[in-house]
Design a protein around this ligand. Structure first.
Ligand SMILES: NC(=O)c1ccc[n+]([C@@H]2O[C@H](COP(=O)([O-])OP(=O)(O)OC[C@H]3O[C@@H](n4cnc5c(N)ncnc54)[C@H](OP(=O)(O)O)[C@@H]3O)[C@@H](O)[C@H]2O)c1
Length: 309
């Protein structure tokens, strides 16, 4: 049986449980596609899974290959796959609870796969799926953002936030965003109309009458955000289910999921030059421990990418 390199965990724990090892190359089921992974991205959920923080909600069978998104080339397809063939350049966010994308090959359900943006290489394409879809769902599904509205994005320099800024601008919204001092110029480059340095000033002094807050931070940042919303405003958080203190305001928990149609639309926006990934670091699969440490610091700038080919 052919083998491949992969990052697996055999037990929950710190970054040291990430093992770079030889494992059997997976084979696709009837409605699945085998992809040669060129690049996979790190998402905070990866280290939360690794640490066992989510084990009561997301059952995984150990040993498990981590990683929830990737960009690569189709190697082979299952018997019932109609939409893809060997050689297609694809990207995907995969379902949880199955072996993931920190590997040279990954099996992806056909329904979760889309053609990658033509204008972006595998590294920049791999950065998009999970973070881009989260931003997409948060702004347009949970937040119902419309042209001309005002949105405040917390964590605007992070994986989700950097896409949320660009997507909100592409929809014609006015964007305020928070980040620390070192990321203020990045916020301006991304198109933030009102960059706020949360280490120097309270965001609620700088921004009011907001239609939508996208919160990727939680805690006190989330609690203080209720005060900047206008009547009928929405606070959508990626980290918790926010309980509104006021019947005129709505709290929503952004629950992301794989969405091939969303990936097609994100690829079209990337090819139209409306969105692009901010990639902080690119490292080989074998450096997954270092990649997790950076992500777990809570101060990654944009995305961290593992390359597998
Ligand atoms: N529910 C879901 O479906 C879903 C989906 C995706 C993500 N998430 C969760 O959402 C969170 C964000 O994900 P992500 O991928 O965007 O994470 P990330 O890329 O690791 O976010 C890091 C960013 O957070 C910023 N930050 C840290 N403290 C901040 C503060 N007090 N105010 C403003 N910005 C601050 C940092 O900017 P500075 O360095 O400038 O401080 C950094 O750029 C994670 O907890 C993740 O697990 C949930």
């Amino acid at each position: 049986m052919p083998s491949m390199k992969a990052i697996r965990i055999h037990a929950y724990g710190g970054p040291e449980v990430l093992m770079y090892e030889d494992v059997a190359r997976p084979a696709p089921g009837p409605k699945e596609v085998l992809v040669r992974v060129h690049a996979a991205s790190i998402n905070p959920v990866d280290w939360k899974l690794r640490a066992g923080f989510l084990k009561d909600y997301v059952p995984i069978t150990l040993p498990a290959i981590l990683g929830l998104d990737m960009s690569g080339v189709v190697e082979g397809v299952g018997l019932d796959v109609k939409g893809f063939k060997a050689g297609d350049e694809v990207y995907a966010m995969t379902s949880m609870g199955r072996d993931g994308t920190y590997a040279e090959y990954a099996v992806i359900e056909e329904m979760n796969l889309a053609r990658k943006p033509k204008s972006q290489d595998h590294i920049r394409s791999a950065a998009i799926p999970l973070a881009g879809l989260t931003a997409w769902h948060g702004l347009f599904e949970f937040g119902d953002l419309k042209a001309g509205q005002k949105v405040l994005i917390h964590g605007a320099a992070g994986g989700v936030g950097s896409f949320a800024v660009q997507l909100a601008k592409s929809r014609g919204a006015t964007v305020a965003g928070t980040a620390s001092t070192r990321n203020q110029s990045l916020l301006r480059e991304l198109g933030v109309d009102q960059p706020i340095d949360y280490t120097k000033s309270a965001f609620e002094k700088a921004v009011t009458e907001v239609d939508l807050v996208i919160d990727t931070i939680g805690g006190e940042t989330l609690q203080r955000s209720w005060g900047v919303l206008k009547k009928n405003g929405v606070l959508a958080s990626t980290v918790t289910d926010p309980k509104s203190p006021n019947p005129a305001l709505t709290g929503k928990h952004i629950a992301n999921r794989p969405n091939a149609q969303g990936l097609k639309e994100l690829a079209a926006l990337a090819d139209a030059g409306k969105i692009h990934a901010i990639v902080e670091s690119i490292m080989p699969l074998s450096d997954a421990r270092k990649a997790h440490e950076i992500s777990q610091s809570g101060h990654a700038r944009g995305k961290i990418i593992l390359t597998a080919a």
